[in-house]
Design a binder for this molecule. Structure first.
Ligand SMILES: [Zn+2]
Length: 473
């Protein structure tokens, strides 16, 4: 498939109180969208020892030839210094300085909408896939339209990198702020990633939603790591001066609140998880295996389970279950640990998000479309620990879906896989009821059902246009 325009970028650094006092870390109460900016901490708030301001810049060993001083990011000498410094941190020959443009804040949303519309035209999303995300409560109705996506992104994005043109674009208003150099450093990391790994192919086009979000965690986490390391050197400190556990505890707690209270958890997961949990994951990888270890993950992208809990997810193919008559298979997705937990918190079912991300082992989300109407049916099998599978199933059957969808759930034990919760969600109650009954008869085998078909389900992703390869941050 033709790869679309791919853009990665940064959330603004150094807004509100992050760069003042560690005690002022603001994550009590509800986060507003604008406050997400604070998720990307400046390291000022996380320096373990606050005596003095650190004095002048302190390049790390091996990068003494580069300046780590603050400068005007619109000045070409400054751009060269920062690009060279970031490339040195990443142990890479930088190559030529990329083009750097600016755009006014007001022009960001229309540009993103235009690009998202173009991308949608190039690789159209089946309406049943969009409808599935809505039925699950992961986006509000219309939440995956280019206008809605670009609006969510435009309020947060301070700069971005476009792999088609190879150029960086900075939001002009942010280019004059204190954190502008950190922002530029972040975008330079994307340029360097692209030169080494070809970001237009990260993740592959057939990747699941979980892989899209995990890949975004890798790409954004790495950019966040190196822009932070640039800041650390600029402050005359070393990485060992940073209270990393506190930095990550605060930023991931903020991200949790932001995602769980979101009206559009799918979009907001892509806007916060990569910069917080992804950053924590890449930092841990860097500490143990260095840049080589980070590079290796581009060929072996982490799942959200691994980013959250450090364990690889279980990979297994299951036969496709047969839906109610009159439906055809669109494809299969995997939502992963993070989005499964957000489904549960958004719909107020099952154990806490934290418990669910730990309990998650694998999931298969089959999407079907009615052949003679616009009805959509979702059969979602989630492999969990016994307690979570039972709690989730019970809650779904006890409560009405907040989205107005029809839903039912069954437990599906399997000698090989353990216990799954199977949640059937659809716009037509009769089809939901039929699909869930056929599944109920099949609980002895590990297959999708007694009438489960061995045909392969085409891979798809409800978050396809939201990952690092799309117009999202
Ligand atoms: Zn970025």
């Amino acid at each position: 498939m033709e790869t679309g325009k791919r853009v990665t970028g940064a959330i603004p650094v150094s807004r509100k109180s992050w760069n003042s006092s560690p005690a002022a870390i603001p994550f009590q109460g509800r986060m507003k969208r604008q406050e997400l900016a604070g998720l990307i901490l400046t390291v000022h708030a996380a320096l373990a020892c606050s005596s003095g301001d650190g004095g002048s810049a302190l390049p790390p060993p091996g990068c003494e030839a580069f300046s780590f001083e603050r400068c005007n990011v619109l000045d070409e000498d400054c751009q060269r210094d920062v690009f060279g410094a970031v490339a040195c941190l990443r142990d890479q020959d930088p190559g030529p300085l990329p083009e750097i443009r600016t755009i006014s804040r007001a022009d960001v949303q229309p540009l993103f909408e235009e690009m998202a519309t173009e991308e949608l035209a190039e690789s159209p999303q089946d309406p049943d896939v969009t409808r599935a995300a809505e039925l699950l409560g992961l986006v509000p109705p219309g939440g995956l339209e280019p206008a809605a996506i670009s609006e969510a992104q435009a309020t947060l994005v301070a700069g971005f990198f476009d792999t088609d043109s190879g150029a960086i674009t900075l939001v002009a208003e942010n280019a004059r702020r204190d954190g502008a150099v950190g922002l530029l450093a972040h975008e330079f990391v994307h340029v360097l990633q692209d030169r080494r790994h070809d970001l237009s192919a990260v993740p592959p086009d057939d990747a699941s939603t979980d892989t899209n979000l995990g890949a975004s965690g890798l790409v954004e986490g790495e950019a966040s790591l190196y822009s932070t390391l640039w800041e650390v050197s600029n402050l005359g400190r070393t990485p060992s001066d940073v209270a990393w556990p506190r930095l990550f505890a605060n930023s991931t707690a903020d991200a949790d609140l932001f995602m769980q209270e979101s009206e559009s958890p799918l979009l907001d997961a892509f806007l916060s998880f990569p910069y917080t949990y992804g950053f924590r994951f890449v930092h841990a990888t860097w500490e143990t295996t260095g840049q080589e270890g980070i590079d290796a993950r581009y060929a072996d992208m982490p799942s959200t389970l691994e980013i959250l809990h450090g364990r690889a997810s279980m990979v297994s193919a299951l036969p496709t279950p047969e839906p109610a008559t009159g439906y055809e298979l669109i494809g299969v997705d995997e939502l992963g640990a993070q989005l499964t937990a957000l489904f549960a918190s958004k719909n107020r079912v099952g154990p806490s998000a934290r418990e669910l991300t730990s309990a998650w082992r694998a999931d298969w989300l089959w999407i079907f479309g009615a052949t003679d109407s616009d009805d959509t049916l979702v059969i979602w099998r989630i492999l969990l620990d016994d307690f979570s599978a039972e709690a989730l199933t019970e809650d779904v059957n006890d409560r009405a879906s907040p989205t107005g969808a029809s839903w039912m759930a069954r437990l599906a034990p399997s000698p090989d896989l353990g216990l799954s919760a199977v949640i059937v969600v659809g716009s037509d109650p009769a089809a939901v009821s039929t699909a869930v009954s056929s599944f109920a008869d099949s609980t002895n085998g590990q297959n999708g059902g007694p009438s489960g078909s061995s045909r392969e389900a085409p891979p798809l992703s409800i978050g396809h246009r939201l990952g690092s390869g799309c117009l999202v941050h």
